[in-house]
Write a protein that binds this ligand. Structure first.
Ligand code: IPE
Ligand code: IPE
Ligand code: MG
Length: 249
């Protein structure tokens, strides 16, 4: 059975994964340039990080920039990269003071302009923090993650260090970017679209999906609470019957 148990209705998720979508439309509605929507979006991240940590959630993963987002206009990409640099500089002291461990997942080899150094420093500085782990997915794609894992296993097999017959879901999962996190219990996508957009494809297998129309810059603690209440009402069955799942409570 997946790490979280079947059944149960009043439980807090251990791990929340969020697609923070709608920054561009938030800006457009105000006749502002898209990059100001991203700025407002970066500000909104704080409420969700604090809200999750305060409630005792163990892990929060946010999708900040996808593999496909590299194809956006160069100026928007540049502005976003600059915003990531500024956001790390601005937020890292407080994250550390709040005992939050920060980890970045994705194809970080594509990042430039001081970002890799800041990421390494932020991860090293917060590595021993225990209250919550905050995963930031940058240059991340779910398919990329799976292909990378396959590549690593293949390399070990070719080198004679891995018995192919021994590859199972656990060995595969151990090679994925979120190998050190519990499976996401709750997925949230803001911005009104109902799709996964190449986020955590493997890890979302049994995650409860929650979609809301709120644009990401407007997603506040009340919006988070609404998502958590809705999660608490769901019955997770993991393939079992409802009665079986209840027996697991
Ligand atoms: C999400 O907001 C942030 C990123 C993808 C970087 P969008 O920029 O996708 O906002 P919309 O979907 O165009 O409104
Ligand atoms: C998903 O949003 C990626 C992030 C929020 C970082 P997109 O706006 O890129 O997704 P699509 O293009 O609408 O599927
Ligand atoms: Mg979008």
């Amino acid at each position: 059975m997946p790490q979280s148990q079947a059944g149960g209705t009043s439980r807090l998720p251990r791990h929340v994964a969020v697609i923070m979508d709608g920054n561009g439309r938030w800006a457009q509605r105000r006749a502002l340039p898209r990059h100001l929507g991203h700025r407002a979006g970066a500000k909104a991240v704080r409420a969700t990080v604090e809200g999750c940590a305060r409630r005792g959630i163990e892990a929060l993963t946010v999708f900040a920039f996808s593999s496909e987002n590299w194809q956006r206009p160069g100026e928007e990409v540049d502005r976003l990269m600059q915003l990531f640099v500024e956001s790390i500089d601005k937020e890292i002291d407080e994250l550390h003071a709040n005992q939050i461990r920060v980890r970045f997942i994705g194809d970080l080899s594509r990042l430039r302009d001081g970002l890799p150094e800041r990421i390494a420093a932020a991860e090293a500085r917060t590595a021993r923090n225990k209250r919550m782990t905050f995963y930031v997915a940058v240059s991340y794609g779910g398919r990329w993650d799976i292909v990378e894992a396959a590549r690593r296993l293949a390399r070990r097999a070719v080198a004679g260090k891995l018995d192919v017959a021994g590859i199972d879901e656990a060995t595969f999962g151990a090679e994925l970017q979120l190998h050190d996190a519990p499976e996401p219990d709750l997925f949230i996508r803001t911005g009104g679209d109902h799709r996964i957009s190449n986020f955590l494809l493997w890890n979302l297998a049994y995650t409860e999906l929650y979609f809301c129309d709120t644009l990401w810059p407007d997603f506040d603690d009340e919006a988070l609470e609404t998502a958590l209440r809705q999660f608490a009402r769901r019955q997770r069955r993991f393939g079992l019957t409802g009665a079986q799942a209840q027996g697991h409570e």
